[in-house]
Design a protein around this ligand. Structure first.
Ligand code: IDP
Length: 139
């Protein structure tokens, strides 16, 4: 059952590059409502926990180092068909292959430092949102 919610975080490269404002503007202009938002810096352990699904991949340690290298902006967003529409808005994982106008095409530095995360399923959106926010913050 679709929840009409997704989870995103603006990643350290985009926060450091001063793209928080333009990215949030595009998210809202695309019809997403911000339910919860904060600015935090992950520990290496937390980054590893968030990306545990990639633990066996060769880029895992580098990804964790990058994800805790600076502040991130996690958010929970709401819109009809949120998960799929948000993945379209951010574009392909590799910004070099992302469509024109997508957030990653405009703001990402590289395949690893790709500006923004977007959940890939309703189930993961709920798990990832709960990783950063309390039930009260998501109410
Ligand atoms: P997604 O974020 O588009 O869903 P995933 O395959 O789930 O893509 O990968 C999670 C994150 O890991 C990516 O957003 C990117 O930051 C990083 N990543 C994915 N593939 C590579 C790679 O081949 N080299 C380095 N980093 C990668």
């Amino acid at each position: 059952m679709p929840t009409n919610r997704t989870f995103t975080m603006i990643k350290p490269d985009a926060v450091a590059d001063g793209f928080t404002g333009p990215i949030i503007q595009q998210i809202e202009a695309a019809g997403f409502k911000i339910i919860a938002l904060k600015k935090i810096q992950l520990s290496s352990e937390e980054a590893g926990k968030f990306y545990a699904v990639h633990a066996e991949r060769p880029f895992f340690q580098s990804l964790c180092d990058y994800m805790c290298s600076g502040a991130i902006i996690p958010m929970v967003l709401e819109k009809e068909n949120a998960v799929e529409d948000f993945r379209t808005l951010i574009g392909a994982t590799n910004p070099a292959q992302a469509a024109e106008g997508t957030i990653r095409k405009q703001f990402a530095r590289s395949l690893e430092s790709n500006a923004i995360h977007g959940s890939d399923s309703d189930e993961n959106a709920a798990i990832e949102g709960a990783f950063f926010f309390t039930e009260k913050e998501l109410a």
